[in-house]
Design a protein around this ligand. Structure first.
Ligand SMILES: [Cu+2]
Length: 197
């Protein structure tokens, strides 16, 4: 009996270490809820075969400095994390898409499990060369964010809402890439949201 218990305790300890090892702090970070991000679709079960991200949609953390630095082309939606590569898979253009109206106001929402001190939030959108059947690259995106919300090092709340105007002249399927630049680490959080104008 004693042997069994100690083995279980050791096993639990190892599991805790491996969870912490992947991203620094378990359950820390955040993701976008509007428009619905790929990681949220995965965690809600709207999309299957998502791999590990379905259990931790808040963990799409990668190097900051986008677009000059940050995750490599083709790995942007996973924040450069190969263990979340399902987020970069275009799935033949079949990701669920949120309907939006080009040129109209939209409120972008985030949910946080850790309220990191924040430089700013940035929102990018794909251009006319974007192909929904290909993984996202920088060449597919307008280089300048259409919305930037600076926090000047402040902590966000448990949720955050940013209202802005969607770019005009957009039609069809696009991706909105939301980037949360943390102020006091070298990292940022990335979220791809499939949208339909
Ligand atoms: Cu975090």
């Amino acid at each position: 009996m004693r042997k069994k218990i100690s083995a279980a305790v050791i096993g639990a300890g190892l599991a805790a270490v491996s969870v912490l090892g992947t991203s620094g702090t378990a359950n820390a970070h955040g993701y976008t809820t509007s428009p619905t991000s790929r990681q949220l679709h995965c965690s809600q079960g709207a999309v299957s075969d998502c791999g590990a991200i379905q259990w931790e949609p808040q963990s799409v953390e990668g190097p900051k400095g986008f677009p000059n630095a940050g995750p490599a082309d083709g790995t942007i939606c996973a924040g450069g994390n190969s263990q979340f590569a399902e987020l970069d898979n275009p799935r033949g253009g079949a990701w669920p898409a949120t309907s939006l109206n080009s040129g109209q106001s939209h409120t972008f929402n985030w949910t946080f499990t850790a309220r990191h001190s924040t430089s700013e939030f940035q929102y990018y959108i794909t251009n006319d060369s974007y192909n929904p059947n290909e993984p996202l690259t920088r060449a597919d995106l307008d280089r300048t964010p259409f919305l930037t919300v600076p926090l000047g090092g402040r902590q966000p709340g448990a949720t955050e809402s940013h209202t802005g105007t969607l770019p005009g002249g957009k039609s069809g399927r696009h991706i909105i890439l939301s980037v949360w630049n943390v102020a006091d680490t070298g990292n940022a959080f990335y979220a791809c949201s499939d949208v339909q104008f």
